[in-house]
Design a protein around this ligand. Structure first.
Ligand code: HSE
Length: 448
């Protein structure tokens, strides 16, 4: 490099990289704290300072202890997104709008974007990633899946040359906490949810978490990174945990399983399985040991084999750590004057195909079944014969003792069966007069 060019590059390195923050709630405040607390270390890593130049938040008051002076605070995120003195826009508003508009404005104005907004990226990712790719800009979204667990980089970079076979994620801390407590205390779902809300672990409106939608949003991003195909949340089969009963959690343990809300993606010769539902996993498996609000993503890759990534998937500082790492990465790239050669999803946009999603009817797995049945001779036989007629083979049967009840739980575990056949069988079994309630079925992932 010529001497003048080198001098110019070194001048550029000395200029601070300017960050604008949209939304200063729990995670935003964590990012401010981290940038401040680690300012010196970040400057050493970067060769220049990261400077927070503006924070847009509807209700933020100055906080001198965090360096949030009145001069830094503004109200309109769209105005901040277009400001000429900002290099990197960090979107932590959540929700669809104005987050989406702010991100698009930032990209149109040549800024890199960092976001933790999985719902937005799952729904509108194509438009956002395309806008970034057209301009060679970065969209950092490490915090959107697994919070502080760096799973986006793992899939995009560390495992980039390997072929992924399957991804199994415990990616919703709220659900994992509730299922852990139900298992360890034998408590009802509603009681544990209330406890979790009181301790601030669950949202006041927990619907997105407990109905599985938050996990489905995260799975959409994992599917693109793992398999290079794009799908929308409504293409992910999604079942939450609110109907799980303590009896089934106890029976799972008795059969040697833990009950987890898993986000599962598999590539079956180009047909993508993408599903979120309560799943029984063998107690001896690493995923079964992931307790409370922790997250873990277990990946099966062709060359590497199995690997698992574990840590806190939510919370102020774990999430802020992932956001700040994205800011740093973006700043490093800017200082080298570099464009992003590839899409932040790891594939150029033109290589990403729409997903061919396998229908749930064609999914094959083992099942846990529970029937509430009259305790009379021939009942087991009647149920087993319907299952047999539908081509479903039984691996084991447990009948719980009577205790004077009108109906007793009959628990069965099947061998691998096609979901279409199972549903057909359950529909017929439900019509038997000896079966007193809607049958319960939970999918088992034995060979993960
Ligand atoms: N609400 C999520 C969870 C964290 O419970 O894991 C944010 O994605």
């Amino acid at each position: 490099m010529a001497l003048e060019a080198r001098a110019e590059a070194s001048d550029r390195r000395r200029e601070p990289v300017r960050v604008g923050l949209l939304g200063c709630g729990t995670v935003g405040t964590g990012v401010v704290k981290l940038l401040r607390h680690n300012a010196e270390m970040l400057a050493r890593k970067l060769g220049t300072r990261l400077e927070l130049v503006a924070v847009a938040d509807r209700s933020l008051k100055p906080q001198p202890s965090l360096g949030l002076s009145r001069a830094l605070i503004m109200r309109d995120p769209l105005e901040l997104a277009a400001r000429a003195d900002v290099d990197i826009v960090v979107e932590l508003l959540g929700g669809r709008d104005p987050a989406r508009s702010a991100i698009l404005i930032a990209l149109e104005n040549g800024k890199d974007v960092v976001t933790a907004n999985k719902a937005l990226l799952a729904e509108d990712g194509e438009q956002i990633f395309r806008a970034a790719a057209e301009r060679g800009l970065a969209v950092g979204f490490e915090a959107s899946v697994g919070g502080g667990v760096p799973i986006i980089r793992i899939l995009r970079e560390a495992l980039a040359a390997d072929r992924q076979r399957a991804v199994y994620g415990i990616v919703n801390g709220t659900c994992n906490y509730i299922l852990t407590r139900m298992s360890e205390q034998g408590s009802e779902f509603s009681a544990v949810l209330k406890q979790a809300q009181c301790s601030g672990l669950a949202e006041a409106d927990p619907t997105l978490d407990i109905d599985g939608h938050d996990a489905a949003h995260k799975l959409c991003l994992l599917v693109t990174l793992a398999f290079g195909v794009m799908l929308k949340p409504d293409q992910v089969y999604t079942e939450g945990i609110s109907k799980i009963e303590p009896l089934d959690v106890a029976c799972a343990t008795e059969l040697g399983f833990a009950l987890k809300l898993l986000a599962i993606a598999k590539d079956d010769d180009g047909a993508i399985e993408a599903r979120v539902h309560p799943t029984m996993t063998p107690l001896s498996h690493l995923l079964s040991g992931v307790r409370d609000a922790f997250n873990a993503i277990y990946i099966q890759s062709e060359a590497l084999g199995s690997s698992m990534y574990f840590g806190l998937g939510a919370g102020q500082m774990p999430t802020a750590s992932a956001v700040a790492a994205d800011i740093l990465e973006s700043a490093r790239r800017r200082l080298c004057g570099g464009r992003w050669a590839a899409n932040p999803l790891g594939y150029p946009m033109q290589s990403i195909r729409p997903a061919r999603v396998k229908s749930m009817d064609d999914v094959v797995c083992e099942y846990y079944l529970r029937f509430m049945a009259a305790d009379r001779p021939g009942v087991l036989g009647a149920i087993a014969s319907v299952l047999g007629r539908c081509g479903i083979s039984l691996a084991s049967v447990i009948q719980r003792e009577r205790g004077g009840a009108a109906a007793v739980p009959v628990i069965m575990r099947t061998h691998e069966a096609r979901e279409r056949d199972l549903k057909l069988a359950l529909g017929e079994i439900q019509k038997l007069s000896v079966v007193k309630a809607r049958p319960v079925f939970i999918r088992i992932e034995e060979h993960l």
